[in-house]
Design a protein around this ligand. Sequence first.
Ligand SMILES: C[S@@+](CC[C@H](N)C(=O)[O-])C[C@H]1O[C@@H](n2cnc3c(N)ncnc32)[C@H](O)[C@@H]1O
Length: 294
Amino acid sequence: MDSNWSDYVQTSEELYRSRALRFHDENKKNWLNLIRIQDGMSVLEVGCGSGLFAHRVKTYLPHATVTGLDFDLGHIAFAKAKSHELGLDCTFVNGDATAMPFADQTFDLCYSFTVMEHIEPNAFLREQYRVLKTGGTIAVLTVLPGLNLNGENWRPSTGEEQDLFDKAFQAAPDAPVHVRKYPLSASEYAPIMEKNGFTDVNVEVLSIISYAPDNADISDETAIESINVNRLFALNSVEKVLKLNPAALTDSEHIHLNDLINQRFDERIDCYKIGEKLWDIATSNVVAITGSKR
Ligand SMILES: C[S@@+](CC[C@H](N)C(=O)[O-])C[C@H]1O[C@@H](n2cnc3c(N)ncnc32)[C@H](O)[C@@H]1O
């Protein structure tokens, strides 16, 4: 176990806030249907990150017994602290998805969101087959690219901001974590599920709008949070790169780069506040592959 994911790939706050926008209440029914969950089930979220999805599940289905497992120490510490803050009775455990610390036949449902592409898929599926009860369900959710209209990130960084970021990025060694080490094509998901013993395999796709601050049915609070989450991604990408090579930028370059990023997102918020619509919209296609252990 280590904190490489939260240190170098996605911080706990970044994951939690971006997932909060994605798993919002209006889509509650769709998400719960996709993972085929029912209240009262004993459920395991594999690769739960900082815990937002598990928290939503427990909030919506209070009689479910919810456990989240993740390799990353930082994410699990964050998820536990948030459970405490929100008064939610979820269990979060550090562990490896390919050798989980649970007995055979423990859970009614194992689900995961954007995890299988990072783990050897046969080992990932076999281990969930082992911990599922007979008659239990697996739901593997992943995301295929969607549509970007007018730039997901308001406007792309250009000029000085991009030059400073490139300077930091080019000087950095590779991060000690391999993201998407096991990418599968969309046509490989269902067969690999069957190969690992699951029956009744089913594939569904949910297209969601993941960012659209100018849409009429989005509240001011959500619109501004969605811009600020993109700001957080941009600021954190600098911090992650500098962790790998702290000397890549001088202190004044680092401060200046952060100022440029903040100016860019402040401008986007100013446009929003004065009602100047830019129609920057992003969508995601969530693919859910479900199966049963018979
Ligand atoms: C893209 S993130 C998704 C996190 C969470 N499902 C979400 O959507 O917020 C992938 C997660 O898989 C976790 N992970 C990667 N390899 C793992 C492994 N072998 N065992 C358990 N978790 C792992 C990472 O620590 C990270 O939290």
